[in-house]
Design a protein around this ligand. Structure first.
Ligand code: BES
Ligand code: MN
Ligand code: ZN
Length: 498
């Protein structure tokens, strides 16, 4: 993990120094002093490199005076959103081969100085536990960034909050990156139990207990697998004024987050084609985000009650697998005709959503799921789909997404019994698990979920296009993105902790 520290601006005499420079700005303060010490060498280098400060642009001076390297990074037009965070990401991307560096951030606010550290840490993430032959010169060496800022104490305090979120994002990325032979439902549940050390209350339900509860829909997905299902319930009881009863009390009108945790999705008897099936190891990214979010909220001691629930199953074809046409009874009592065993995420969520609502009476409930390929057809890899029965909740989520650049696009949701919802009529049961055809596949999936929700504020985020990236972005290397953690942390912070 990349260590971040803060200190007063002072020109280091050696090592690696990073100078951020905005469009149209000239080196000032300590950067101007550096130029002087280099007899105008900094200005000459910027001139030679035709450096204009454009976002993402760079100019490097190799071994000037006592330094190893001075790297000038363009931060673009002054005042752009998330500039400091993107700068941090650019620093981590540019300095993979250095073990440490100092960043001259004297014109930055303490919050921005903290955001530089946050962006750098997120971008410096690696999942390399299974690489045994990586060459020395391919490894990420960056271990420590010192950010030079006029108010290091304030920056440090701001960074502490962001580091809690970063730790949650990293946990989500670790879970999502893990292959399905090492991360199966029972192992996922064990990783969740480890979070007790953060002060989270954790309950794990095994297959017998789920059977007793009547989770016929979720267990229909799990029954083809040799790996038994689990459900985990995580509680963070941080509402102020109840500190002494924290161990025993029940959450009061909590926010509830629910995640789809299909540790591998073969499609079951409705088997998926071979090409790209390995991607289905990350079909638990919704659950991964819920767990990372709960870890973040606990680590920063968020001042509210929040509950996270994840349904953990593996969807396999076998002699014991659910067949197309099977009818099962869900926890809600509704019967479901399973037309397509590859529409399994909704079967998991049906039971967990209904359980969450009946047990916790949440003021709002939000689920995250890599639910449909159709959402990728519709929105690509720019926006996750947002479905909600509540305009206010939808607006708050969209605003939080815009603020952290985990964007949401609202999609239609019909009232029960109307338009899209009619597609789910079954000839034999209360509902079937897919619509009539492929048309509007993400919407009919959301309509199915809504059948298991009691009309209280609820939102569903279809993150199938966002959980995994095939290329690097500003603050995430390619691979598991951790999508949802920052978004929901922001949503919680902006709307429920004021
Ligand atoms: N896990 C998939 C959705 C998915 C696809 C996630 C691609 C990430 C990338 C989901 O369980 C699924 O298989 N959905 C089907 C639904 C269909 C059978 C109605 C789909 O999208 O094809
Ligand atoms: Mn599927
Ligand atoms: Zn799936």
């Amino acid at each position: 993990m990349l260590e971040i520290s803060f200190a007063k601006p002072e020109l280091p005499k050696s090592g690696v120094l990073v100078l951020p420079l905005a469009e149209g700005a000239a080196p000032a303060g300590h950067a101007a002093a550096l130029d002087k010490a280099l007899d105008g060498g900094l200005a000459r280098a910027l001139e030679a490199a035709e450096f204009k400060g454009k976002k993402g642009s760079q100019a490097a001076l190799l071994a000037p005076k006592g330094y190893k390297r001075v790297l000038v990074l363009g931060t673009g037009k002054p005042g752009a959103a998330r500039m400091a965070e993107a700068l941090g990401g650019a620093i981590a991307a540019a300095l993979t081969r250095e073990s440490e560096a100092a960043v001259l951030a004297e014109d930055f606010t303490p919050d921005q100085a903290a955001q530089i550290g946050f962006g750098a840490r997120l971008r410096a993430y690696r999942f390399d536990k299974y690489r045994t032959t990586q060459k020395e010169d391919e490894k990420l060496k960056l271990r420590h960034l010192t950010i030079l800022t006029p108010e290091p104490r304030k920056a440090e305090a701001a960074y502490k909050q962001l580091a809690a979120v970063a730790q949650g994002v990293e946990l989500t990325r670790d879970l999502v990156s893990e292959p399905a032979n090492t991360l199966y439902p029972a192992e996922f549940a064990e990783r969740i139990e480890e979070l007790k050390k953060l002060g989270l209350k954790v309950e794990v339900f095994d297959e017998d207990e789920l059977k007793k509860l009547g989770f016929g829909s979720m267990l229909a997905v799990a029954q083809g697998s040799a790996r038994p299902a689990r459900m985990a319930v995580l509680q963070w009881l941080g509402a102020p004024g109840h500190e002494d009863s924290k161990k025993t009390r029940k959450p009061k009108e909590p926010l509830v987050f629910v995640g789809k945790g299909v540790t591998f999705d073969t499609g079951g008897i409705s088997l998926k084609p071979a090409a790209g099936m390995e991607d289905m190891k990350w079909d638990m990214a919704g659950a991964g985000a819920v767990v990372g979010l709960m870890a973040a909220l606990a680590a920063r001691k968020a001042k509210l009650d929040v509950v996270g629930l994840v349904g953990l199953v593996e969807n396999m074809p076998s002699g014991s697998a659910t067949r197309p046409g099977d009818v099962v009874k869900s926890y809600s009592g509704q019967t479901i005709e399973i037309i397509n065993t590859d529409a399994e995420g909704r079967l998991v969520l049906a039971d967990v959503l209904h359980y969450a609502q009946s047990r916790f009476a949440p003021k709002a409930m939000i689920d995250l799921a890599t639910l449909t390929g159709a959402i990728i057809v519709g929105l690509g890899h720019e926006y996750a789909g947002l479905f909600s029965n509540d305009d206010d909740l939808a607006a708050k989520l969209a605003a939080a997404g815009a603020a952290v650049d985990e964007k949401l696009w609202r999609m239609p949701l019909a009232a029960p019994g109307e338009s899209y919802d009619k597609e789910l009529a079954s000839a034999i049961a209360d509902v079937k698990n897919v619509g009539g055809g492929r048309a509007g596949g993400s919407i009919t999936a959301a309509q199915f979920l809504q059948r298991f929700v009691n009309g209280k504020p609820w939102a569903h985020l279809d993150i199938a296009g966002m959980a995994w990236a095939s290329k690097d972005s500003a603050v995430a290397p390619k691979g598991a993105t951790g999508f949802g953690v920052r978004l929901l942390d922001r949503f919680v912070h902006d709307n429920f902790e004021a």
